[in-house]
Design a protein around this ligand. Structure first.
Ligand code: FAD
Length: 412
């Protein structure tokens, strides 16, 4: 039995399968996944799940009946160990082989490990899967003093959840500000204040050089600046690495992820990649990029699925990210790299504002705190390359949505 084989049952893999089916692909579709759970939502793992506001069963993206109704076979708990592009087969760890006519590699990314003395101690944790989250939640319940290594999305979300649970939390961040590569300095500062108000001790420009233990369990961390902090739980959130080893072993082109075109195609006919594991040329970045976000994985996975069914809709979404910390909703649309002007819309004091980023007079990205309306408008404006002037963006009485009417008229 040949047909479509997809490696990885998360956002990209599931959307590739659904995209292919929606566009009329009628050959067998099999998704092979090394995790045992049905495909599930990852974002709540660092947020609602740690706070006990949602349960594992509620995280499921689609149930078995749904996949059966689409005639998509799920092979859970099976790891693919090799792609044979000549024989057009994938080999599973138990020795089985699956033939494919088309293949989607949607293997995602994994947490980057820290390599310093003591990093293997019990109580040094990472957060990527639901299994990690179940373990972390149990440990959080027992821990009093928690350190997150990294002031990125994972580190800050875990810090926010742990602070809400009444824990003593310290965030160690090597850069001079929080979420340095993702948001404006104004938003970094705002988040720093929010964490400080919640009692979290954020150490910027600081590093962890070693971890010390007591009977094999984490007991403290040593700081680059010379101090030592007590810790009975350490959560490391220092970025992700593309799971592209299967692809590179099969001699597919990889460079910080599997290189694909706007339809998720690799250079080998019939082999596609999408999501966290893929690197693509992004017109909004004006460069090659590997993105880690739900929206990207879903949209790129869908483009690959459509292309498999010969219904080509190129992946061309404006990148979007979000993060929930305390009662703050941070949303980001676009990519702010290389921006040369920023203006604020809304009120920082009231905790409802957006930062509009410009590159050579063109709107390229907007970060918002608790202003979803700005995000919706900005997404369409950036996609259509329509820019309010910086003065219009900063003027809260100017209706930026009105600029969208030019697009709507063009569509009519
Ligand atoms: P993944 O979700 O990484 O899934 C890939 C799957 O493939 C995994 O199940 C993996 O085990 C499996 N796999 C890998 N290799 C093999 C193999 N050889 N054989 C079989 N299976 C294999 N994004 C946002 O946009 N907003 C958020 O708020 C947000 N919060 C997050 C919070 C956490 C804790 C985490 C971990 C991520 C968060 N993300 C968030 C990022 C988002 O979850 C990822 O970008 C998204 O999951 C990527 O989807 P994917 O399908 O590309 O890969």
């Amino acid at each position: 039995m040949s047909g479509l084989v997809i490696i990885g049952a998360s956002y990209a893999g599931v959307q590739a399968a659904l995209g292919a089916r929606e566009a009329g692909y009628s050959e067998p579709v099999t998704i092979v996944a090394d995790e045992h759970s049905l495909p599930y939502e990852r974002p709540p793992l660092s947020k609602a799940f740690l706070l006990d506001k949602t349960r594992e069963q509620k995280l499921v993206l689609r149930d078995e009946a749904f996949f059966a109704s689409k005639e998509i076979d799920l092979l859970l708990g099976h790891r693919v160990i090799r792609i044979d592009r000549t024989a057009r087969q994938v080999a599973l760890v138990d020795g089985a082989r699956l033939d494919f006519d088309k293949l989607v590699i949607a293997t995602g990314s994994r947490a980057r490990r820290i390599s310093i003395p003591g990093a293997e101690l019990d109580g040094v944790c990472y957060l990527r899967t639901v299994t990690d989250a179940i373990d972390l939640k149990a440990r959080l319940g027992r821990a009093g003093e928690i350190v997150t290594v990294g002031g990125g999305f994972i580190g800050l979300e875990v810090a926010s959840s742990a602070a809400k649970l009444g824990k003593k939390v310290t965030v160690i961040e090597a850069a001079s500000r929080l979420l340095e590569r993702a948001v404006s300095p104004v938003v970094s500062r705002f988040l720093l204040d929010a964490h400080a108000q919640a009692g979290v001790d954020v150490r910027l420009g600081e590093t962890v050089i070693s971890m010390t233990g007591d009977a094999g369990r984490i007991a403290g961390i040593d700081l680059g600046s010379g101090g030592r902090l007590r810790a009975d739980l350490v959560v490391v959130g220092i970025g992700g690495i593309a799971n592209d080893e299967l692809a590179s072993a099969a001699e597919l082109k990889c460079a910080n992820g599997i290189v694909v075109d706007e339809h998720g195609r690799t250079e080998v006919p019939g082999i596609y990649a999408a999501g966290d594991c893929a690197n693509h040329y992004n017109r909004f970045a004006e460069g090659w990029l590997r993105l880690e976000s739900v929206q990207h994985a879903q949209d790129q996975g869908k483009s690959a699925g459509l292309a498999i069914a010969d219904s080509h809709e190129p992946y061309d979404s404006v990148p979007r990210f979000w993060s929930d910390q305390y009662d703050l909703k941070l949303q980001i649309v676009g990519l702010s790299g290389g921006c040369d002007q920023m203006v604020t819309r809304g009120s920082i004091q009231e905790g409802r504002f957006s930062i509009f980023h410009y590159r050579q007079g063109r709107l390229v990205a907007v970060d918002s705190i608790n202003r979803p309306g700005d995000q919706m408008a900005a997404r369409r404006l950036i996609a259509a390359r329509i820019s309010p002037t910086p003065g219009q963006a900063a003027d809260g009485s100017f209706d930026i949505k009105a600029l969208l009417k030019t697009i709507d008229k063009a569509v009519v």
